[in-house]
Design a binder for this molecule. Sequence first.
Ligand code: PGA
Length: 251
Amino acid sequence: MRKPLIAGNWKMYKTSDQAVKLASGIKGSLKSFETADVVLCPAFTVLNAVYNVISDSSLQLGAQDLFWEKEGAFTGEVSPIMLKDCGCEYVIIGHSERRKYFHETDETINKKIKAALDVGLKPIVCVGETLEEREAGKTIEVIKHQLTGCFAGFNIEDMLNVTIAYEPVWAIGTGKNATALQAEEAHRFIRTFIVEKFSQGVANTIRILYGGSVKPANIKELLNEKDVDGALVGGASLEVSSFVDIVKNSI
Ligand code: PGA
């Protein structure tokens, strides 16, 4: 049985005061909650502040991106070691907003995943199709292509530390989530891909999250599906009550 993982992607929201308030509220409401792994992914600027709030709780810290080099003259970038230094255990990689606005490709995402794994960070790797691709009947083809590129050159041991997030682009921030059936279809394909490329053991272990307009009202139905192991939550992770309700409804 895979333990559910609920990750909050705070995107480019929350100043330090706001971040501390949000993290404290979540921590207070989820005391001794052990049934799901809960990860908060704030902006780089508040990683430390959030870590200081949650380090004595079961909540875990994640970042939203990283650069693949260890250090060097890369103005504006943040390295995997720096994230570890802030207390991160997870890092989101290849979010569709990074692909769209910052031209990330499966090739750069592959380098980032490798760099994260090298320092012991657990990557949450995002894949998913656009509306145009879905309407053209290309959903599975697109996901397969992304998975092939993102995980090229990895072995079974690497994959045991990876989490995958299926995030249909048309469902992100739109209020229009994929139906449980649509999510399960993509998740089942992803798990089968993992069996074929790696092993049944990895496929049984790896967690596949759904992301895209997850709310307290739809999390239960999504998680009822066999291959949906948790959620990557954007908008609804920015308020204590909605995020906590999602976590509580995940069991
Ligand atoms: P959303 O975002 O929950 O606001 O749709 C999800 C995500 O981008 O990870």
